[in-house]
Design a protein around this ligand. Structure first.
Ligand code: FES
Ligand code: FES
Length: 165
């Protein structure tokens, strides 16, 4: 249990999926742990903890990144969107529909991270992205179940749908 007077603790105010709150966090607390344990935002998942699997992907101030590689103390004044927040946006709803339609969800542990990557990146793909463009977008996310083909198909359909193809 952290003391309120702990000099290694930092006051942070972070908006998570549109809900702002302030609290003190240890200087070494990872954003992923802060989200899951302090804020109850469990959509980002623990996978590797080393920036290799993308299961913890969130959007931090407009940039998709691995929340296991960022300290919460660095995020004071920031806005974080997880898949739980993004899936209620028009693009998020469309992305969810396309992932489900393509059969791109099996065990689901990777899905929140993929959703964040896809929703934050699909707008740059244009209506008819190449397979290589989609693979590049998804290169930071690992899926052990689907073989990736259904996910690529879902992104192709989503790009056409949201970018006017
Ligand atoms: S848990 Fe963060 S990249 Fe794997
Ligand atoms: S659906 Fe199981 S790891 Fe991707």
């Amino acid at each position: 249990m952290m003391s309120p007077n702990d000099l290694s603790a930092t006051e942070v105010s972070v908006s998570v999926d549109g809900h702002a709150a302030a609290s003190r966090v240890p200087s070494t607390r990872l954003l992923l742990d802060y989200l899951r344990e302090d804020r109850g935002a469990t959509a980002p998942k623990w996978g590797c903890g080393t920036g290799d699997c993308g299961a913890c992907t969130v959007v931090l101030d407009g940039v998709a990144l691995d929340s296991c590689l960022v300290y919460a103390a660095e995020c004071d004044g920031s806005s974080v969107m997880t898949s739980a927040g993004l899936e209620t946006t028009p693009v998020g709803i469309a992305a969810t529909e396309e992932l489900l339609a393509a059969g791109a969800v099996q065990c689901g542990i990777c899905t929140p991270g993929f959703l964040v990557t896809i929703v934050s990146g699909v707008g740059d793909l244009g209506p008819s992205p190449t397979r290589e463009q989609i693979v590049e977008l998804l290169s930071g996310n690992v899926c052990r179940c689907t073989g990736y083909l259904p996910i690529i198909e879902a992104v192709q359909r989503l790009a056409a749908r949201v970018n006017g193809g």
